[in-house]
Design a protein around this ligand. Sequence first.
Ligand SMILES: C[S@@+](CC[C@H](N)C(=O)[O-])C[C@H]1O[C@@H](n2cnc3c(N)ncnc32)[C@H](O)[C@@H]1O
Length: 272
Amino acid sequence: MRPFLKWAGGKYRLTKRINEKLPPGNRLLEPFAGSCAVSLNADYPDYWLNDINPDLINLYQTLQQHGWPFIEVCRQYFIPANNTPEKYYELRDRFNRETDPVIKAALFLYLNRHGYNGLSRYNQKGHFNVPFGRFKKPYFPETELHYFYKKFRHAQFTAVDFEEIILSAQPGDVIYCDPPYAPINQTSNFTSYSAGGFNQAEQLRLANVAAIAASKGVTVVISNHYSNFVMEIYSQANIETFPVRRLISCNGERRRQVDEVLAVFEPLSHDN
Ligand SMILES: C[S@@+](CC[C@H](N)C(=O)[O-])C[C@H]1O[C@@H](n2cnc3c(N)ncnc32)[C@H](O)[C@@H]1O
């Protein structure tokens, strides 16, 4: 099933490949859940879905709490009269001022489907600042919302830093991590920044906590782009690489195809 949100770096097209790498377990933890594409297409008894974006998690918690009546609130915003730049910027301002979590959640879905490329971007004041998307007829994802509601009725949703989730995992849990990509063509320079403030030190912090969780009996699978830096920080893991059709821009100008990496930190059993 497709996620109901568009999400930068969403893994919907790769879910089959990723899910093949995830072993059975009691619970699937996604510390970088985004649109939840991987969990939506996985089959575990329980889920813990986390993302640092509080607006995203507020939307998921509101859907979980209110179900169908909330879907109806969302639908009211998907009308042709709301698909103009004037109305979009008015509703974007309202979102930035809104304090009611239910209205804020419905507006976040509206912005995701009416804004440019489904991006989620904020200025320094923390205001959502994505421009109008100019879509002919934005799709109201009713089926996808309903599926998500039914699938994650008992899931746990949180909006904290990934480390808290990974270090709370218990033996028998499985963790899938999809952090913002590491830059492709940089060497191991720990001061450089990539989009979203997720720099190389953050990538290394993730690899370190993944190794700690594995030592406690938890399987951790991490997605990333292929690069020398990425291969270096996942040296303790089993690595699978495969080409993806998506072309990504590098150096602003050149575009090329980049291999996708799946790093599997196998759990260490305690009698080893
Ligand atoms: C590549 S996206 C995940 C996409 C997701 N797999 C999907 O299919 O939609 C990376 C996510 O990491 C989140 N993120 C960034 N820094 C984080 C942090 N320190 N802790 C938790 N989540 C973080 C971002 O908000 C973003 O949603």
